[in-house]
Ligand binder design. Structure first.
Ligand code: SF4
Length: 379
């Protein structure tokens, strides 16, 4: 059962400083592509500084491929937001450089308040975070005190401080299943598509905040049907932040890590990918020689604010990464009182994930993942 939804909360507000929109502002701040010589120099200097400063680079799958490569080459990590949080918390380095968007840096700080967390650009944010202001969200929670509050990772520290559980797309379905089995009614925020997908899969009573990811919200169902007809040999991979009409055509639905795992496990010659196209860097490395096609964002209602790439993720570049390593600029701060409250819902998710992992026999983990994919096909 899906409870009555909330009103739509816009994220694309005009910016006081520039008069432009949030996304126009973000695109204007995307670093220029360096020349091959500059690129080599920047990468060499970054490698050297990470070593000198004993810092570790933690990057998301959606950022520039050079940053992903640097993270892996230098002992950091490239992953989804769940693994980024775990890796940053467990690594011995006292300085973490988080290449991604602001909520990822905040989560790292909340989990490791004693560490220094730097980000290439502190203005790199997320439409889900922008569309869920802490004061409006708190008022919404106050109206529904009988519900367990479950928030997606893509929220501010203040919103997490108000939540009972934090989830990522990799584990949200299982956590809601667990809560539903306990008879809990859920207040879900902020992504309406992911919330609706989880609601349908679990049958849980969920009241949904109406936020959306600017990248996934633009994928178009009708155009995807036409694309599938043109590429009948392609497997359709969909992140569940996408609209229902897109999710319904998926061969595999999953988080970024799950979609990459599906590419590795599949013998299909081609993939239509409905998530941020930054992920193609990893997918191409995982399956060289295969064809990867961006799912369509063009259509009658197209605005192409993203064209399958997040402007805030694109703000992470070699130049600003080097700048923060040289200067120590762009440090993330979280109010310690807010952090102390917010860590409760994050730890709950990490404990749940650890317990789940411990329960699965190591030899059964692969089967478990395969079942996850096998059970999901075109609706
Ligand atoms: S891709 Fe979407 S969910 Fe991810 S940071 Fe960008 S706007 Fe947010």
């Amino acid at each position: 059962m899906q409870a009555t939804a909330t009103k739509v909360v816009e994220f694309e507000r005009p910016q006081m400083e520039t008069g432009g929109s949030c996304t126009a502002n973000a695109w204007a701040k995307v670093p220029a592509t360096p020349s091959p010589e500059e690129r080599a120099q920047l990468k060499a200097r970054i490698r050297q500084l990470l070593k000198e400063k004993q810092a570790v680079l933690v990057a998301h799958y959606y950022v520039d491929g050079d940053l992903q490569d640097l993270a892996e080459e230098t002992g950091g990590c490239v992953s989804d937001s769940l693994e980024m949080a775990r890796f940053g918390r467990d690594h011995a380095a006292q300085t973490l450089v988080v290449a991604g968007v602001r909520f990822m840096g905040e989560t790292a700080k909340i989990l490791s308040p004693e560490k220094r967390i730097l980000m290439p650009d502190l203005e790199a944010t997320c439409s889900l975070d922008l569309g869920c202001p802490a004061d409006e969200f708190a008022a919404f929670c106050d109206q529904h005190p009988d519900r367990t509050v479950v928030v997606y990772a893509n929220t501010s520290a203040a919103v997490k401080a108000r939540a009972d559980w934090m989830v990522t797309s990799g584990i949200g379905l299982e956590i809601v299943q667990h809560l539903h089995a306990q008879g809990k009614k859920i207040l879900w925020a902020p992504d309406k598509h992911l919330g609706s997908y989880i609601q349908k899969q679990t049958g849980a009573d969920m009241l949904l905040w109406q936020g959306s990811c600017l990248v996934h919200d633009e994928f178009k169902g009708v155009e995807l049907e036409l694309m599938r007809a043109e590429h009948p040999d392609a497997l359709v991979l969909v992140h569940p932040e996408s609209p229902e009409a897109v999710v319904a055509q998926a061969d595999v639905i999953g988080s970024t890590s799950q979609l990459i795992a599906a590419v590795q496990a599949s013998d299909a010659p081609a993939f239509i990918v409905a998530t941020d196209n930054g992920i193609l860097h990893k997918m191409r490395a995982a399956a060289p020689g295969k064809r990867f096609i961006d799912a369509p964002t063009a259509g009658n209602s197209a605005t192409c604010k993203s064209c399958a790439h997040c402007p805030w993720m694109a703000m992470n570049g070699l130049q600003n990464l080097l700048h923060v390593l040289e200067t120590g600029a762009n440090e993330i701060h979280v109010d310690p009182a807010v952090g102390k409250q917010a860590v409760v819902c994050i730890d709950r998710m990490l404990d749940f994930a650890a317990q789940r992992k411990a329960k699965v026999r190591p030899s059964a983990r692969l089967e478990d993942e395969q079942q996850l994919f096998a059970g999901i096909g075109p609706a």
